[in-house]
Design a protein around this ligand. Sequence first.
Ligand SMILES: [Zn+2]
Ligand SMILES: [Zn+2]
Length: 425
Amino acid sequence: MNLLLCKDFKYSPAKLHSGDGLEINADLHIHSRFSGATSNNMRIATIAEQAPLKGLHLVGSGDALHPAWLEEIRSLEEVDEGIFLAGDTRFILTLEVEDARRVHHFIILPSISAAEELREKFGKYSVDIEKDGRPHLTLKGEEIADLVNDVGGLVGPSHAFVPWTSIYKEYNSLRECYGSAKIAFLELGLSADTELADTIAELQDITFLSNSDAHSPWPNKLGREFNRFKLREVSFTEIKRALLRQKGNRIVLNVGFDPRLGKYHRTACIKCYTHYELEEASKLKWRCIQCGGRIKKGVRDRIHEIATWDKPHHPEHRPLYLRIAPLAEIIAQALKVSNVYSSRVQNLWRKLVVAFGNEIRVLVDVDTEEIAKVGGEAIAELIRRFRVQDFEIIEGGGGKYGEIIFTKQAKKRKAVKNQLSLDNW
Ligand SMILES: [Zn+2]
Ligand SMILES: [Zn+2]
């Protein structure tokens, strides 16, 4: 990894057509309105409209085995192998399942017929596969991976380090879960990044995915994490090659949260969110001293437990991890509004992304003087401060997201580095 390159890094909008192939931004893991605890707005048309504003070209369908959702996807034009078009947004078939040990697995499928075949196979081991977009299976990780591989799909762990439903909350290694079955990637989840995950030796050869796991289509959720793929064309086979790093295809950028903003980053009480050091939590037998609530082990501490090294060892193939935060949240702070869904925040967000192309460009690239002309001084100032990391972070934990705080004190801090959050590389 060339450190100088990182300092000079500029986020330029990914292009669908460039000299030797394509670069596309893809958020592969979302859930439809047919999964539990999701927005009723998780509809194809709404997602297709929101994705380009965020800067996304390709979105995972999520919930691809759900009969009604699959019907909606089937009604779209299939523009390339396994790729369906709605408006300017392409969709690829993806889904998530929960196994017998409450571990979540993420799956990418090549075709509608593969989805139907997999539904048939999984159906024998699930009571809710027709009803829940994220079905529960009475299978082990290895059995799930074998069935997915049998239909030509790709599989790997979802949000690999979270305390409730991930591989590493249950196992100490990939092999314990998947045995000899092939996996194609590992999804980092919002509370981890490559700095943390590259301390684990067994992950050196695996491609990391950074996806939003969005349950709502609004810009603080959809595309809050995504991947930039380098491909020859947008198709399932080309995506597969990128994940396996074949024929020059690969992921060239992981984009996502500063892991401290993830809601399971620190070990914390799930009722009152008091943070604990690992030793302290274990001494307290995982009961909160403040409220008696349950303490959940954070992603940071879990990764430290299974880490091979103190410091990350980035393999040659590992792309940059660009840290971002939702623009809507920065706008809300500038307007001193607590609700990011308020029409004032949403309207201004839309005005900025329409003026400058997409959200990531506003966050990272566009001159703040230009931003001030469209969105006003207060927002331009906070974006400038975001870029030089002139802010405090209240870390997330116990199910509560972290927060970026633009305090007066933070402003006084020396902050001269001019590339957001890439200075850790
Ligand atoms: Zn999940
Ligand atoms: Zn508590």
